[in-house]
Design a protein around this ligand. Structure first.
Ligand code: PLP
Length: 232
């Protein structure tokens, strides 16, 4: 076996153990947290190996790359779109994804709804929120989302399953905790005002540098790239 192959297995094992440890600290079951392996930085050969190692949920940030790779990889992979979705990519992407994490406007959600009706699909989506308020970040502004929440939940043919955020990059993972906590509180607030069919069960938060903190704050999906593929 080449040494490099073992490195990917080691990285995966380490990340899985850290997820389990964070769950245990938070009194949560590891079954509540799904690892989405973010493959945007890596090549097909490594993705195939990761699939062999048992990972089924893969995330890409560019729709075009997701589409290309979904054709090249086994059909039982669950694809997650985690980056910006252009309106003209909604149609090809919707049938290929189990979850779109990055709905950042009402207009985009309405577009997904129209395409869903056309293709007889019911896509699951998350609303991406800019919790930190940094101007450079994608995502809905908190006050806009709370003001427009009734309009969001009235959009037909889609399941709004929860919220997603990206914390600002920081050296200290603890710096992300207030953002993750704010996302969970926003979810609770919206859930309290949700129609019976709207179940905001998912919180997509936490990346390589801060996933343990995110799990402690309630993440159900962690999006991890560099920690898996480092050193290959
Ligand atoms: C790239 C990316 C990730 C993974 O980042 P790492 O720090 O490499 O784990 C997670 N979420 C989004 C939205 C990304 O674009």
């Amino acid at each position: 076996m080449p040494r490099m192959t073992d490195r990917l297995a080691d990285n995966l094992q380490r990340v899985t153990a850290e997820i389990a440890a964070a769950c245990s600290r938070a009194g949560r079951s590891p079954d509540e947290v799904t690892l989405v392996a973010v493959t945007k930085y890596t090549e097909l050969v490594w993705i195939r190996r990761l699939i062999e190692l048992g990972v089924r949920n893969l995330g890409e940030s560019r729709p075009q790359q997701l589409l290309e790779r979904s054709e090249q990889l086994p059909s039982d992979v669950h694809w997650h779109l985690i980056g910006h979705l252009q309106r003209n990519k909604v149609k090809p992407v919707s049938p290929r994804t189990v979850l779109i994490h990055s709905v950042d406007s009402l207009r985009l959600l309405e577009r997904i709804s129209v395409i869903a009706a056309e293709l007889s699909l019911r896509p699951r989506v998350l609303l991406e929120v800019n919790v930190s308020g940094e101007a450079s970040k994608d995502g809905l502004v908190v006050s806009d989302l709370t003001a427009q929440w009734d309009a969001f939940q009235a959009v037909p043919n889609v399941d709004v399953a929860g919220l997603m955020t990206m914390a600002p990059l920081a050296d200290d993972p603890a710096a992300a905790r207030p953002m993750f906590r704010a996302l969970r509180q926003l979810r609770d607030e919206l859930a309290a005002r949700a129609a019976p069919h709207v179940k905001l069960t998912e919180l997509s938060m936490g990346m390589s540098g801060d996933f343990e903190v995110a799990i402690e704050e309630g993440a159900t999906l962690v999006r991890i790239g560099s920690r898996l593929f480092e050193g290959l």
